[in-house]
Design a protein around this ligand. Structure first.
Ligand code: GLN
Length: 466
């Protein structure tokens, strides 16, 4: 698909559409949509901004590329004065006191925020069913889940309700819903985009990233959001990726894939066959293919969930009804904390808080948490070795196609295992893009840290190939 941003920019400049009509049209679609993608609409803000863009165009002024482009925001980002609920009862009435850096940069470039999007509560989930706003329905088949946790964002893009959306990815939450809804979704290198103003799930793997219908739109939005931010000490300065650089393919000479991912019993025969067919096509273009050894999926999933649960238990401890959140009074302060948290967190979130506190508790932390950290180091070392041998690692996004709505809730362990192919790249803090090609749920393209441009280059190559 061609760049929607360039196309709309031209239409606005040529006065083929007004920004107000564009924004109103998308707001109407969002309002009446039956996929449960909306937690709250930002209609007043959006229409005010659209009017200003129309006035500028009317005056014959130049507008920037992102000016007037409508976008969606996963409901875990602060946008000053708007509700930021994390799809939870606890924060159902919480209003952001400030705006997240990544979103602020988009606003400064003139993009227009339309909607806070439905997602798994606090990012906890792989289906966008763990939400007080109703399960997000898949864009292609509404009987299936939208994927998660950034399900509302991926479905909005797939249905053209937003031109692009900003998701959040801790262990796959941009890449997996992008794959389930046939759109692009990028988890950049950890630290490339500031996390300031993103509600923390697991701080050591949380990433901000775009979901869009074209690689070019991913590139544009990535460039705007990237950069060092004094409010997030893990950020680093990065160079903008030029359009030319995102198309050049000569840097990619070798591609690897994890043999054990493909030989696993858990992968569907169709996804396996499609993936191997894609590998053959790449080989036929003269790119060297290397089979790589990697940790078993079970080890990746348990390492990720051990660390993610520990970090989320710690991060969510501030949500006690006193500092933040919907307070429910008990007989004394301790009771108040207990009732507030018991009543307002979902089952899935409580499972993670209990699990995480177990991981961190005295007497267990050496056995569990430190072991998790050690495995993470081994995983990172493995990636370092792999990327000394290959330029790109390819992987399916998921072992299976999206489940029916309701099925994941019955079996949380099966849901955790469905993250087998995404969580390893998160632990490695690597740039990984879902491209909606190659298998029914897409293909993940991964490069070494800070090689986000190479990921986009390979995506452009793959698009031509398939
Ligand atoms: N499904 C994974 C989890 O529940 C990833 C979620 C995410 O990236 N926010 O932890």
């Amino acid at each position: 698909m061609e760049s929607q941003i360039h196309k709309i920019h031209q239409q606005l400049m040529n006065k083929e559409i007004s920004c107000t009509d564009l924004v109103q049209g998308k707001l109407d679609l969002l309002k009446t949509n039956t996929h449960n993608t909306v937690n709250s609409l930002l209609d007043n803000i959006a229409l005010d901004l659209a009017k200003k863009v129309d006035a500028k165009i009317g005056n014959g002024e130049e507008i920037g590329l992102l000016e007037g482009i409508p976008f969606g925001i996963k409901d875990v980002y602060m946008v000053q004065g708007t509700y930021t609920t994390a799809s939870s009862d606890l924060l159902k009435k919480y209003k952001s006191p400030y705006t997240a850096t990544a979103i602020q940069k988009l606003l400064a470039a003139g993009a227009i925020p339309l909607v806070k999007e439905n997602c798994d509560s606090f990012g906890h989930g792989s289906s966008s069913e763990n939400t007080i706003f109703g399960a997000v329905k898949n864009a292609i088949n509404p009987d299936l889940v939208g994927g998660g946790s950034s399900g509302g964002s991926a479905v909005n893009v797939a249905k053209d309700y937003t031109v692009f959306s900003i998701g959040g990815d801790t262990g796959g939450s941009i890449r997996q819903p992008a794959g389930y809804n046939n759109v692009y979704g990028l988890k950049p290198t950890y630290g490339r985009i500031s996390r300031f103003g993103l509600m923390a799930y697991a701080s050591s793997t949380d990433c901000v990233g775009p979901i869009a219908k074209s690689i070019e739109d991913i590139r544009i939005v990535l460039n705007v959001m990237s950069g060092k931010d004094v409010k997030d000490q893990t950020t680093y300065p990065s160079e903008k990726i030029s359009k030319e650089n995102s198309i050049a393919i000569d840097e990619v000479k070798s591609v690897g894939y994890f043999k054990n991912f493909i030989e696993s019993d858990a992968i569907s025969p169709e996804i396996k066959a499609d993936f191997l067919r894609t590998i053959d096509k790449i080989k036929a273009k003269g790119i060297a293919i290397k089979e790589l050894d990697f940790f078993e999926s079970d080890t990746l999933v348990s390492t990720y969930y051990t660390l993610a649960m520990a970090e989320t238990a710690s991060n969510l401890s501030r949500l006690d009804g006193t500092n933040y959140g919907n307070r429910i009074e008990g007989d004394n302060l301790k009771d108040t904390y207990s009732i507030t948290r018991s009543e307002n967190f979902s089952e899935e979130t409580k499972r993670r808080i209990v699990g995480g506190n177990q991981v961190l508790s005295q007497g267990f932390s050496d056995e569990i948490y430190l072991k998790g950290l050690n495995l993470r180091d081994q995983i990172a070392a493995n990636f370092e070795k792999d990327f000394s041998e290959v330029d790109i690692i390819l992987s399916p996004v998921t072992p299976n196609t999206p489940p029916k709505i309701g099925d994941s809730l019955k079996d949380p362990l099966a849901m955790y295992l469905s993250d087998a192919y995404t969580v390893g790249f998160s632990l490695g803090q690597l740039p990984t893009l879902t491209a909606p090609q190659g298998t029914a749920t897409g293909i993940q393209i991964t490069a070494a840290q800070n090689n986000d441009a190479k990921v986009l280059q390979f995506a452009n190559f793959l698009k031509q190939l398939i």
